[in-house]
Design a protein around this ligand. Structure first.
Ligand code: ATP
Length: 538
């Protein structure tokens, strides 16, 4: 198959999401709305499965984590106390020629990534040249070109981190000019000054003009947890350490909304705030970093696709922060943030509300404001990472099987297959009668009616079996089950596996266990619990 660029692959994934009922542009008949999307019939199932995997891994696996569901609207003082009214800004810059708007920090981060790419290229070239005798460490230390690139990268990185920490907008612009960063659209360096832009959406609550109150659509779900800290702790008789989990919508008026559902204006977060003793927060920070990485890796999307990225600029509330990044077609990108938020939020809400928000620790015989470790993951970004790693255009040999050696060249056919983790697949199995007569549809429906109480199953009798397989491959259904003329006699059906395309003849009674084994989240929970559970119950 002809090689395609990552950009082309990404475009195909976006088109595939639409064509197969995963993601549609919002209000599409009116030409859509910028960076807002709707999930279709398959998308919603996949999304619900992601949420369930997260929710259960928090609330089932940890007896000291409970959930809540707070309202999107909150008292406006919440956002004063949290710092969002004053500090939830992005630095924006416009290119005067293309009239396109960018985040200044993102332009510079992309520039840093370019240095990294150049260094990687040099290393790859040298590896090719030296073969087995290549010593990468030595090469990086001694090669003049690599040394020069590394120095430039480090200098830029340090300058950028300082400018962000100092909130120095002039310096950000100067960096963009000094690095000769051009607008990707116009190719020019005709930039405006950098300005701050608040990302919160506001609206009004109440009917009369003078009685109406300006309120915000929450930009994160976390504050709903903090303002309910005392409610949950007291009514649930929770003892520190304990966590509160929540899944819900959040809204941000993103300056540059691009890359499909990676950066949306309305999105969904899965957040867990874990309350700990002051002084123990960094230990728990490390614990949650490891636990969350295990949660990701258990899905089997490929361990090499994850990395931690520590923050250069800590948010006003944090004393440690890292991102879990995933390798998307457009590079390593943040999917989840893990932050040590100190006692900033609870203290600030105590100050603004005038209420005492503390915990009496019976073991220490003292009261304190708990410290917080937050794990915050975007459902939509998780969805995107799953989709990107699942999508494959696979070459097939003339016999219709997977062309492992690539020997078919252009002679064979291709299939589009989503290798979704079976736990997350929208449909677990599709039941198909070989033909639409001879009692086969009735038998197929009988099997389906048995399975449907436990699994999301589909029924398909239209077109050839080959075409039906392809339709299921394209939505990631792990099993196709075919009822044929022998089924009535021998009580067996043919199971065809999505990833290998191999087929097995199995007894009807075995189907339930075959599907359960592959799709039961319990199998994943066992994988991620390991030693981390014991730690978390300390
Ligand atoms: P970024 O730097 O990409 O803007 P962030 O650091 O502001 O993200 P957080 O505030 O830490 O993000 O939010 C936690 C998680 O929420 C992110 O890791 C991401 O998965 C998700 N998220 C944040 N903003 C968006 C968005 N605009 N669209 C989709 N998901 C988002």
């Amino acid at each position: 198959m002809a090689q395609q660029t990552q950009e082309e692959t990404f475009k195909k994934i976006v088109a595939h999401c639409k064509e197969y009922g995963f993601v549609f542009p919002s209000s599409e008949i009116y030409d859509g709305l910028g960076a807002v999307y709707d999930y279709g019939q398959n998308g919603v199932e996949l999304k619900n499965n992601i949420k369930r995997y997260w929710w259960d891994s928090m609330t089932l696996l940890h007896e000291n984590i409970v959930g809540i569901d707070a309202a999107i609207f909150m008292h406006p003082t919440t956002w004063k106390a949290s710092g969002h009214v004053d500090a939830f800004n992005d630095p924006l810059i416009d290119n005067r020629d293309s009239k396109k708007r960018y985040r200044a920090d993102v332009l510079i981060e992309d520039q840093i990534a370019k240095y990294d790419e150049k260094i990687e290229k040099e290393i790859a070239k040298a590896r090719k040249r030296f073969g087995d005798s290549f010593d990468e460490e030595m090469f990086v230390e001694t090669n003049e070109r690599v040394k020069e690139l590394k120095n430039k990268r480090e200098a830029l990185h340090a300058r950028f981190a300082k400018a962000m920490n100092d909130n120095n907008l002039d310096e950000l612009k100067q960096i963009i000019l000094d690095e000769e960063i051009v607008c990707p659209i116009s190719g020019t360096r005709n930039w405006t000054d950098v300005r701050q832009f608040n990302l919160m959406f506001s609206t009004e609550m109440g009917s009369t003009a003078d009685g109406a109150m300006k309120i915000y659509l929450r930009p994160e779900t976390a504050q709903g947890i903090f303002v309910n800290f005392l409610n949950v702790q007291k009514t649930g008789r929770m003892k520190i350490p304990f966590g509160i989990a929540q899944i819900g919508k959040a809204f941000r008026n993103e300056i540059v909304a691009r890359q499909f559902i990676f950066r949306m204006r309305e999105f969904e977060q899965m957040e867990m705030q874990f309350f700990v003793r002051p002084g123990e927060e960094l230990k728990w920070f490390e614990h949650w970093k490891q636990f969350r990485l295990k949660w990701h890796k258990a899905l089997g999307l490929g361990d090499e696709k994850y990395r931690f990225h520590d923050h250069d600029k800590l948010a006003h509330y944090a004393n440690a922060a890292t991102d879990i990044e995933f390798l998307m077609p457009f590079g390593f990108k943040e999917v989840e943030g893990i932050h040590s938020r100190t006692n900033f939020d609870l203290s600030s809400h105590a100050k603004y509300s005038g209420k005492k928000i503390e915990y009496f620790d019976p073991e220490l015989n003292q009261s304190y404001t708990p410290f917080v470790i937050e794990t915050s993951i975007g459902v939509d970004r998780m969805f995107l990472s799953v989709m990107c790693s699942a999508y494959e255009e696979q070459a097939l040999a003339p016999n219709g099987q997977i062309d492992k050696e690539g020997s078919a060249g252009n002679a064979g056919d291709t299939r589009v297959v989503l290798h979704l983790p079976p736990v997350l697949a929208p449909v677990k199995a599709c039941i198909m009668p070989l033909v639409k007569k001879d009692g086969l549809p009735e038998k197929a429906r009988e099997i389906m009616n048995e399975l449907k109480f436990d699994f999301k199953v589909a029924y398909d009798e239209k077109d050839s079996i080959g075409k039906r397989y392809r339709r299921q491959d394209a939505v990631g259904t792990p099993f196709c089950i075919t009822v044929d003329h022998d089924t009535e006699k021998d009580g067996c059906v043919t199971v065809r596996y999505r990833d290998t395309m191999l087929q097995d003849r199995v007894r009807i009674e075995e189907l339930h266990e075959i599907i359960r084994k592959a799709t039961d989240p319990k199998e994943l929970y066992r994988k991620i619990v390991g030693d981390s559970l014991e730690d978390s119950e300390e």
